[in-house]
Design a protein around this ligand. Structure first.
Ligand SMILES: [Zn+2]
Length: 115
């Protein structure tokens, strides 16, 4: 189980959160100008990287706010979480370089999680 840092509430167990897929998907400004293939690409095609990935999460059993998490899809390590429109954590070659919004990974404490 992951310990995810909600930018609004602090660290909580993964069971309090809902996963909403890839972050930073931008709706086209003129959807009517797109071809069917381009529209389908916007709606359905997502990156599925082996490595660092930005994901959209929602604190479903907490503040119910959306935020983003930068996570390694191989190790499960979370490099940080940040509010929508916020700055991404700095990561160099899959390693966390700032600890400002760091979160813990599996086997971390799961009770309360308040900091
Ligand atoms: Zn929250």
């Amino acid at each position: 189980m992951l310990l995810i840092e909600c930018p609004h509430c602090g660290g909580r167990a993964q069971t309090e959160f809902a996963y909403f897929g890839e972050a930073h998907i931008v709706r086209p400004e003129e959807p009517g100008a797109l071809s069917d293939a381009e529209w389908a690409e916007y709606l359905f095609l997502r990156k599925n990287p082996k490595g660092v990935h930005c994901e959209r999460w929602m604190h479903a059993h907490g503040c119910r706010r959306f935020f983003n998490v930068m996570r390694d899809t191989v190790s499960g390590e979370i490099f940080g979480s940040y509010p929508i429109g916020g700055e991404k954590p700095k990561v160099a070659r899959g390693k966390k370089t700032t600890a400002k919004t760091e979160t813990k990974t599996a086997n971390a404490k799961t009770e309360g999680g308040r900091e």
